[in-house]
Design a protein around this ligand. Structure first.
Ligand SMILES: C[S@@+](CC[C@H](N)C(=O)[O-])C[C@H]1O[C@@H](n2cnc3c(N)ncnc32)[C@H](O)[C@@H]1O
Length: 240
């Protein structure tokens, strides 16, 4: 009987979660992974529901053919993305941490979870028969990533985004104090036709904001990121 009560209350807590929208068991796994590799995980807790909502605000995900999430972690953003997709949208998540990837697969059967580094995005998509996607949503800790890794991941994102495509990423406010965080901001400004920033989401640990970036319908990106710029000249641009 005591076991039954414990099981029921655990299930209830896992379903209901805390005020941030994160189930305690999820928060616990996240913290454990943070303690194992703090730099790669980048935060003590998963993103709050308020940050997750800010991430998907204004995106017409239901109308998209293919969406990618980078660094889904324990799925704090993933569940908000899934709610907004139509059944025809391909949704691929790329998570480096094997335990998090395994757990995501079990909890989100709707998502194709690929356990790999985000640096390999173009090859990952090719392995699923995809060359271009409408939107890349990033949960990566950009300010913690070395310059070369930032460059490789962003180069891959630019390679796979179709003209007019969206790139959305959160950044912790504290990251702006770090050269790597400011470098990321500059890279976005250099790479996209438009970049806007959201308000600061204070109920998140740590407080964060969102970069919303968009490619032109016909965008030629200079090879500043070490990737083949020709790959990003759209057919329409070539004709003109
Ligand atoms: C700050 S956590 C965010 C997790 C989740 N998106 C959220 O918002 O709660 C960063 C996640 O990115 C993953 N990650 C870090 N570097 C990565 C890389 N190079 N490729 C793929 N995932 C990576 C980590 O394992 C972790 O799950």
């Amino acid at each position: 009987m005591a076991t039954e009560v414990t099981r029921t209350s655990t299930a209830w807590r896992n379903r209901v979660g805390d005020s941030s929208g994160t189930a305690p068991v999820e928060a616990h796994h996240f913290l454990r992974e943070f303690l194992r590799s703090p730099r790669s995980i980048g935060a003590l807790t998963p993103s709050s529901r308020w940050l997750a909502r800010e991430m998907v605000r204004g995106l017409d995900l239901a109308d998209m053919d293919a969406v990618v999430e980078l660094g889904p972690g324990s799925g704090a953003l993933t569940r908000h993305i899934i709610q907004r997709l139509s059944s025809r949208t391909a949704f691929i998540a790329v998570e480096k941490n094997p335990r998090m990837a395994g757990s995501l697969r079990g909890r989100f059967p709707r998502v194709i979870v690929h356990q790999a580094a985000a640096e390999e995005l173009p090859a990952i998509l090719r392995s699923h028969g995809l060359r271009q996607v409408d939107c890349v949503i990033s949960g990566l800790p950009w300010a913690n990533l070395p310059g070369r890794v930032q460059e490789d991941i962003l180069g891959g994102v630019l390679e796979v985004l179709q003209p007019g495509g969206h790139f959305v990423a959160f950044a912790y406010l504290s990251g702006l104090l770090m050269p790597s965080g400011r470098r990321f901001r500059q890279r976005l400004a250099d790479s996209f036709a438009s970049v806007s920033t959201s308000r600061v989401v204070w109920p998140n640990l740590p407080p964060a904001f969102v970069y919303r970036c968009r490619l032109n319908g016909c965008q030629h990106v200079e090879p500043a990121l070490g990737h083949d710029a020709a790959a990003r000249v759209t057919p329409a641009c070539r004709q003109s």
